[in-house]
Design a protein around this ligand. Structure first.
Ligand SMILES: [Zn+2]
Ligand SMILES: [Zn+2]
Length: 93
């Protein structure tokens, strides 16, 4: 089961809330966290093993996938370090 994640940057107050992560009922595709240098966003996007993952916001295919258990990441807006808040009790399917 996947869970929900928020990204929060205290420096510039950029945040993305209610991101899905992980697997639902089907093993593939599954949701992974990414950082996009094209539209300067973090988010989660569907990934399978056959196609190039794309930004869920601007559809750019040069995104950087982040570890599923990432606790922090560089904020794409301001370059400071933002935090991922994992809500492992908030399950999506
Ligand atoms: Zn920031
Ligand atoms: Zn993008």
């Amino acid at each position: 089961m996947g869970h929900k994640v928020d990204f929060v940057c205290r420096a510039c107050r950029y945040e993305e809330r209610d991101l899905g992560l992980g697997r639902g009922r089907m093993p593939v595709p599954y949701l992974r966290l990414f950082s996009c240098d094209n539209c300067h966003s973090v988010g989660s996007t569907w990934v399978d093993d056959a196609t190039t993952p794309r930004c869920s916001l601007c559809y750019h295919d040069g995104i950087q996938l982040l570890a599923d258990d990432a606790e922090t990441s560089v904020c794409p807006k301001c370059g400071e370090r933002g935090a991922f808040i994992h809500h492992r009790d908030q399950i999506w399917e």
